[in-house]
Design a protein around this ligand. Structure first.
Ligand code: UDP
Ligand code: MG
Length: 326
């Protein structure tokens, strides 16, 4: 039976028992959002029926605005609050991973941004779908109130490209707002790779997924940490984590150029036979054409092998087994 439905997870010694629900909040310079967000989170877990069986894990990702101190103050007043503090800024994905590692929940882990763009009011919904049997409940963004058109356009293009190239299918607007059943969280933690494009990995591990649409409000306070340059790196990370197709492109290109070179080569030789050329032109062009295409082809072959090596060094498990729900 799913947790907390008829059995009350509430006990007198809630702090000594592991929580059922862990909330993971990656935070980089979100000081002004800590207190207001916590209030909403507390109300949301109460509405979901986990008031005494939840923990709030704030992962401070090298903030310089006193985010950690705010969380510490919160923890002093509310024992459910925990702080994982990075030694420096390691990035959003690392913060999510650290939160997963710290989560003690026996039931499920929910990750959401610490800026209010992932409304905590959606948590009871996520929990309900989990109770209904879903092992991953992914919140999918319908619209972002303050999103510039360019960001919307590039984001849509990115998901299209990734789905076209990769081995995973991500819903457009998939965010880092989701609930993971304990065993999905464990499967994610078992992935050994260092570049963690969490959105893709969550889909890669499989399991039963449900989605909940939401409208993203503007962030509460502070500024976005994803500059256009950082978005680009993030997108590149996503694509290279899940596809070796760009590597194989060189092979296809080399093969195509070789065919064209052969055709043009015939023309070059015919022109030479007709005796209408400057001496040296024929041999020069032939050498350039053939060498060029052979180089591209060789690069492509290397690309294919590098792709294989890359797949191997990732050391992803070959499969992940699903255990029956406890
Ligand atoms: N974040 C983080 N480390 C970073 C960048 C961002 O922990 O290096 C957190 C940030 O505090 C927020 C979430 O990741 O809770 C999403 O970041 P942001 O809101 O800046 O991105 P956007 O919503 O604009 O894409
Ligand atoms: Mg945000």
């Amino acid at each position: 039976m799913p947790y907390g439905e008829n059995t009350s997870p509430v006990t007198e010694a809630a702090s000594t028992k592991p929580p059922v629900l862990s909330l993971v909040l990656p935070a980089c310079n979100e000081a002004a959002n800590v207190a207001p967000l916590h209030e909403r989170l507390a109300r949301a877990v109460e509405a979901a029926g986990f008031a005494d069986a939840a923990e709030f894990i704030w992962v401070d990702d090298g903030s310089t605005d006193g985010t950690a101190e705010r969380v510490e103050a919160l923890a002093a007043a509310d024992p459910r609050v925990r702080l994982v503090r990075f030694s420096r800024n390691f990035g959003h994905m690392a913060a999510l991973t650290a939160g997963l590692d710290a989560a003690r929940a026996t039931g499920a882990v929910i990750m959401l941004d610490a800026d209010g763009q992932h409304p905590p009011e959606l948590i009871p919904d996520l929990v309900a779908r989990w109770r209904a049997g879903a092992e991953i409940v992914q919140a999918v963004r319908r619209a972002t109130a303050d999103e510039p058109p360019l960001k919307r356009l590039t984001s849509r293009g990115f998901y299209r490209l990734l789905n076209h190239l990769g081995e995973v299918r991500l819903p457009e607007g998939a965010s880092d707002f989701r609930l993971l059943d304990r065993q999905v969280a464990d499967a994610l933690r078992a992935l050994p790779e260092r570049h963690r494009f969490v959105r893709g990995l969550v889909h890669w591990v499989g399991f039963q997924m449900d989605t909940v649409p939401y409208d993203a409000p503007p962030r509460l306070a502070g500024r976005t940490k994803y500059s256009p340059a950082r978005m680009l790196l993030f997108a590149l990370d996503g694509i290279t984590s899940f596809s070796v197709k760009p590597l194989r492109l060189a092979f296809g290109l080399g093969a195509a150029v070789l065919v064209l070179a052969l055709i043009y080569g015939i023309y070059v030789i015919a022109t030479w036979a007709a005796g209408r050329v400057v001496p040296g032109w024929t041999s020069l062009l032939l050498v350039v054409l053939i060498m060029g295409s052979i180089q591209l082809l060789t690069l492509g072959v290397m690309g294919v092998y590098i792709g294989r090596i890359y797949d191997e060094v990732k050391q992803r498990p070959l499969y992940i087994v699903r255990k029956p729900r406890r």
